[in-house]
Each structure stands twice: as C-alpha cells, then as structure tokens.
Ligand binder design. Structure first.
Ligand code: SF4
Ligand code: MG
Length: 330
C-alpha cells in the first residue's frame, strides 16, 4: 500500500502571551510529537476528547495553522516547504469538510454559485462546463439538479453537509479531512452521510482523515484508528484490533462508554477519575498518569513509546509502560 500522507514528529505549540509586555509566557502543547502515515484509499480516523489535538493535527496538515515543528509529506511533496501560494494550489488535492457546513457556505450565494466558485478558485473545471458539473455533483451527493439555484438556508443540516461534500469533491481531491463532519447531525442522518462518504470513497478513490470525538461514529467508516490523549497518540490499530483487542487503558475506557450493538452483551463501564489536565503544563511522563488506574512511578517520569507486542497484530501499537502487566491481569 502506498502512503499518501506522512506526518512525522508533528508539534503544534501555541504561545500564550502575558504580562504588560505581552511576552510569550507559556505554550499550549496542543500536538506534541505525533507521527503517522495515511495509506491511499483508506479511512484513518483520529479520535479523542475535545482538546486532545485531533483537529489541530488536521489544521496543521492543511497549514491553516503553521506547525511548530515536524514534517508533513503529501504525495511525495514536503508541504511545509511550499510557499503560501503553492500551498493554496495544493489545496486542490487536500480538501476539508467541517462540522458546521453552514458556517462555511456563503448565505448569499446559491448552491450552484458556491460549487462553481470552488471550481473557479482551483481552475478545476473549464468555465463553460462548471454549471453542468455542479449539477452532476449535486446528484452525486444525493441532492437534486433542480436545487441548484437554492440558498443554503433552504436545506436541512444533513443536506447542507452534502453540499459541503459536493464542494470538496468539485476540485477532484485525493485526500479529504473530515473534521467532526457528522457530529452535529441526528443519528439517522449521520448514518446516511457516513454511507455516502463510503460510497464516494470507492467511486473516486478518495482517502479520508476522519476526525471525531466518538468511537461509535468512526466504527463503521474507519479502516484504521488513532486514539489521541492530550496531544499524543496513545494507540493506533486497524479497526478490528482496536475494538477487539484494545491495549491502552485510555482506549479501554473510551470503548467502555459506547453502547454495544448487542444489548445482551453487558460490559462494564470504566469511569476515569478527574478531568483531562490542561495542555499548558501537561503531566510529565505518560500524560495519562493522573487518571490511570495502573500508574506507577515510571509513568510519572518517562514518556512511553508506541510499542507492538506479540499479542498484538502487525501495525497495532500502544504507548504504555505496563501493557504486558495489564494484559496479563485481565
Ligand atoms: Fe497508565 Fe502508566 Fe500505561 Fe500511562 S504508561 S497508560 S500511566 S500504566
Ligand atoms: Mg475539534
């Protein structure tokens, strides 16, 4: 499998200014040394609670915020070395769908205009063909050709998300970053939009980076899943391994909180103590140690590396000093 995107040692530390001189007094370590690859044609999900750095990672890849450190290689190109202008051109290949499409759809433009403008910006479709292409796109995402002259407010939330998807597709991208793309929708509409994304992925050979806070939502769409906690990857695995054989105590807690499809299967909900600490001065060592029922002294001192053990499938890695011990106890 070919890697489409390689993220290496990504750091995103936002300065906090303070005092009367407005000096940088501290940093929010939103993303701290994150490394992963995305293979062409797959859906890689990034999950975690708000503030774990998942959206920040997505924004860094798009260079909506300039990363503090690390490298991002997309389709053989070092994105961070591109000029602003070349990066804008690159955005033809890297599109994004946000949680609230309404916020990014101009209320004074018809859907047709919105789609045609996206094509024009990237010069993706010859001028005379844009309206025809816009109609085609509406049908591709399950809307009707005769809705082309309507305005965003005339559509439901789910339909607006379809417009957002059509706009992303209009420039024929390779990678689409979906940042909480279905989080604001009702459960039944969520399922429809997820099914649509899956269908489009097959049809257009799309690769998805799917950012969500809810493991239940990513369950159907993902090929592989990354779990993040306070700016770090704590576990990465293919979907089946993550659900059937989770290793990190945080992943186990997250999984215990989603309803099982089979109500006969009772599982114990793991309630974590305390809240997620601040990313300004995150805990030393393993960032999860303040909430982890298995924490020992080493956890407070040493940052655990992502590791693969014998009981884990290839490609499955977890960052915990005590995986062996925890697995043996259970
Ligand atoms: Fe818990 Fe220690 Fe493992 Fe961190 S390294 S998850 S604190 S046992
Ligand atoms: Mg977010």
């Amino acid at each position: 499998q070919k890697e489409l995107l390689k993220v290496n040692n990504l750091k995103q530390h936002f300065p906090i200014k303070g005092g009367i001189l407005g000096r940088t007094v501290n940093h929010v370590k939103a993303v701290d040394d994150v490394t992963f690859d995305i293979y062409e044609g797959e859906t890689l999900s990034v999950v975690g609670e708000s503030g774990c750095g998942k959206s920040t990672t997505g924004r860094a890849i798009l260079r909506l915020d300039e990363p503090t450190d690390g490298s991002i290689e997309f389709d053989g190109v070092d994105l961070l070395s591109l000029s602003k202008r070349d990066m804008r051109k690159k955005r033809k290949d890297l599109q994004v769908i946000f949680q609230d499409p309404y916020a990014s759809l101009n209320p004074r433009q018809t859907v047709g205009k919105i789609l045609m403008e996206a094509m024009a910006i990237q010069n993706a479709v010859p001028k005379g063909k844009r309206r025809e292409r816009a109609i085609e796109l509406l049908e591709t995402v399950g809307l009707n050709a005769d809705q082309i002259d309507r305005y965003p407010h005339e559509f439901s939330g789910g339909q607006r998300q379809r417009i957002g998807i059509a706009r992303a597709l209009s420039v024929d991208p390779k990678l689409i970053i979906c940042d909480e793309a279905v989080s604001a929708l009702d459960v039944s509409v969520q399922a429809q939009v997820l099914n649509l994304l899956k269908k489009l992925q097959r049809e257009f050979n799309l690769t998805f980076l799917f950012i969500a806070h809810d493991l239940g939502v990513v369950r159907h769409i993902s090929d592989r899943i990354i779990v993040m906690y306070l700016g770090k990857i704590v576990e990465i695995a293919d979907k089946k391994s993550l659900f059937d054989n989770p290793q990190h105590p945080y992943t186990k807690a997250l999984l215990s909180s989603i309803p099982t499809p089979d109500p006969e299967v009772k599982k114990e909900r793991i309630i974590l103590k305390g809240d997620v600490p601040s990313p300004i001065n995150p805990p030393q060592g393993c960032r999860f140690h303040t909430r982890c029922p298995f924490a020992t002294d080493i956890c407070k001192q040493e940052v655990p590396a992502l590791r693969n053990l014998d009981n884990m499938k290839e490609g499955h890695r977890a960052a915990c000093h005590h995986i062996e011990k925890i697995a043996a106890e259970q």
